[in-house]
Write a protein of this length. Structure first.
Length: 258
């Protein structure tokens, strides 16, 4: 089971540049019965390997902007610990609801991309660097808070604001998430919010899946990848919100406190 989760998360993550956290966390909670906090900490540990494998494959295909990756990663390191600390204080249900709503919001942004006009032509080098650094700060906090690599935020900013193509954005995001996931995982480890035992199956699966997903990504056009990216996020997020609402309704009818 752990190997299968790793393969699916690694393949889907590398295919659409997510890193796999948004796929792995729901599978760990739904299939293995992990709490949301524990699933997120475990996800961050495995995301380091997804980023390494996927980033290397994208780099071999000349699909990584190394300058952009550094500008994203360095600021994110400053805020990842804060997100992890805040996550540790949130109740389980609140964290699940926040995680699901985040996925739906990013999916909506990606679907709106054709209606938005990137500012690439009028943007200076300084403006682009500023956008990337600001994105990194936001990404780091959300990565620590939600147990994801932050690829969703990086891709949205680089595609919608700066007009990058989907393939180089995905490669850059995978590279940038490696140090960010490492910092977040270290924080979760300090809180006891991870399960190192499942990594024996997850990590080999993630490496295999990421290698395959990266190769498949270059067979699809940008528009197809964007739609696939949005579909994965929206489907996962909506399922989480429905499940959370159903649980709240059951508890309310039974008179039990949240």
């Amino acid at each position: 089971m752990n190997l299968g989760i790793g393969i699916l998360a690694g393949a889907l993550g590398a295919l659409v540049g997510l890193g796999g956290g948004v796929v792995m966390v729901p599978m760990l909670t739904g299939w293995l019965g992990f709490s949301q906090h524990r699933a997120q900490g475990t996800s961050l540990l495995s995301l380091m390997f997804t980023g390494l494998a996927g980033g290397a494959a994208y780099g071999a295909n000349q699909s990584v902007d190394w300058t952009a990756a550094c500008l994203l990663a360095l600021p994110a390191l400053l805020t990842a610990w804060a997100g992890a600390r805040f996550c540790n204080r949130l109740p389980e249900r609140s964290l699940r609801r926040l995680f699901s709503a985040f996925l739906v919001a990013i999916a909506a942004l990606m679907l709106l991309k054709p209606l938005l006009h990137p500012v690439t032509e009028a943007a200076s080098v300084g403006f682009k660097a500023g956008v990337l650094a600001a994105t990194g700060l936001i990404t780091g906090f959300l990565s620590g808070l939600l147990g994801i690599g932050g690829g969703a935020v990086m891709i949205a900013a680089m595609v919608l604001i700066l007009g990058y193509g989907q393939h180089p954005v995905q490669g850059s995001a995978l590279v940038a998430m490696v140090p960010v996931a490492a910092v977040g995982a270290w924080c979760y480890r300090g809180f006891g919010r991870f399960d190192a035992g499942v990594l024996k199956g997850l990590v080999p699966g993630v490496l295999l899946g990421a290698a395959g997903g990266t190769q498949l990504a270059h067979l699809f056009p940008d528009a197809g990848l964007r739609i696939l990216f949005a579909a994965v996020l929206a489907g996962t997020g909506l399922r989480g919100l429905r499940a959370n609402a159903g649980e709240a309704s059951c508890q309310a009818s039974g008179g039990r406190p949240e």
